[in-house]
Design a protein around this ligand. Structure first.
Ligand code: SF4
Length: 146
């Protein structure tokens, strides 16, 4: 999938509200880019409650927990003082593959592929289980209590 490149104010605003979620392997790639062991680099991330999906066959809601960069002081830990991403070259899939200008028709298939990759990677869930839970998440009424 082709990555997006946009640093407009709207896209940067996402870096202050909800950093993008990682694909399997993203934490390891970012660790390598930063020159840090994974055990050190993973401290830049936390376990987000993630996305709520509807199983079209059963109608049941299910939650896909994700790994995202931490928010500190209202900013992604990778957002520098000039509002640029310090890990742009290896940014999480949720940052690299989406921007706020995309239509739902464009972004939905990418999102599904992203979530399927997460659901198919037990090592991702294992890494996520070692991370601190996200403290920025406040939930939404549409989450259905999942
Ligand atoms: S990793 Fe980079 S693009 Fe993604 S939220 Fe953080 S600063 Fe923004």
């Amino acid at each position: 999938m082709a990555r997006t490149i946009c640093a407009c104010a709207q896209c940067v605003a996402c870096c202050t509200v909800q950093p993008g979620s990682c694909n399997p392997g993203d934490v390891e790639r970012i660790a390598d880019y930063l020159g840090e062991p994974v055990e050190t680099a993973k401290l830049h991330f936390w376990a987000s409650p993630g996305a709520v999906l509807m199983d079209s066959r059963s109608g049941r809601l299910l939650r896909v927990g994700t790994i995202t960069p931490r928010l500190e002081g209202g900013r992604c830990v990778f957002l520098d003082d000039t509002d640029r991403c310090r890990v742009h070259a290896v940014a999480p899939a949720g940052c690299a593959l989406f921007d706020v200008h995309m239509s739902r028709a464009t972004s939905d298939p990418i999102m599904w592929a992203h979530l399927r990759a997460i659901m198919g990677a037990p090592e991702y869930a294992a890494l996520r289980a070692t991370l601190e839970p996200a403290t920025s998440w406040q939930g939404r009424s549409t989450d259905g209590g999942v």
